[in-house]
Design a protein around this ligand. Structure first.
Ligand code: F6R
Length: 239
């Protein structure tokens, strides 16, 4: 793991965003794995701004996202699909035919097999972007007894519901989601993790300094050969 500590989330957005811009310019047909949530937003802003300034094009880029809620339409304002459209895709020239997403309303087993095959057909994910939950989750792989492999249907924990329900003002937050498994994440060639804020400090410490255990799913990243961790000072506080 390579750890980089920045002053704040905005500085991470610039550094991680520039890394993406450089990577896409060098590899215009790359395959990127994206995450939702607050952590990647400054990075998406930077990429979108770079596109606006003519410094990068996402025309040839293919993407896969980590996860999607079950039991809400894809077009719902709180779906992760909508999140990505608003925060990145609609702000760039990405070809939506190259955007793949887990379908939270599909049969979980069939959808898992479809997603794994689609990722394989593209030659695997070049860079997977991750955030971390306060409980150490990555994607929606919550603390548990074993590391998962391909995409699967997860029952969200109370900690995740508490963290995310603030975004749901018209319907109750879904209780289930489809998520890429730990195995799929680990098969990505490079991983970029962004963690900001003091509420992530304990999870960050467990991820970096603790044992590799499914009780802290992010700890598996210790075993990835190319994992770059961007932290702000608050998230790095307990290191
Ligand atoms: C989202 C995802 C989650 C988030 C995590 C942190 O696609 O996979 O694991 O990365 O819950 O969320 P934020 O960034 O909102 O703190």
């Amino acid at each position: 793991m390579e750890i980089k500590v920045y002053k704040n989330a905005e500085e991470i957005g610039k550094a991680a965003g520039q890394l993406y811009v450089d990577y896409i310019n060098a590899n215009p047909s790359c395959v990127l794995g994206f995450a939702t949530g607050a952590s990647p937003v400054p990075t998406y802003d930077y990429i979108a701004e770079s596109y606006k300034q003519g410094k990068v094009s996402l025309k040839g880029v293919s993407t896969f996202n980590l996860d999607e809620y079950c039991d809400i339409p894809r077009e719902h304002k709180n779906s992760y699909y909508t999140f990505m459209c608003e925060n990145l895709f609609s702000r760039t020239d990405i070809d939506m035919a190259n955007v793949d997403f887990l379908d939270g309303n599909a049969d979980p087993d069939e959808e898992s097999a479809r997603y794994a095959a689609a990722i394989k057909a593209k030659g695997g994910i070049d860079i997977q972007l991750l955030g971390i939950g306060r409980n150490g989750h990555i994607a929606f792989n919550e603390p548990g007894d074993e590391f998962t492999d391909e995409a699967w249907k997860v029952t969200l924990t109370q900690s995740t519901i508490d963290a995310n329900s603030i975004y749901f003002d018209d319907i109750p937050m879904p209780r289930y989601a489809l998520t890429m498994g730990i195995g799929s994440i680990m098969r990505s060639k490079k991983i970029i993790m962004i963690a900001t804020g003091e509420s992530k400090a304990q999870a960050v410490k467990d991820m970096i300094k603790g044992p590799v255990t499914p009780a802290c799913p992010a700890s598996i990243l210790q075993q990835h050969g190319d994992a770059l961790i961007f932290l702000d000072e608050a998230a790095a506080k307990l290191l």
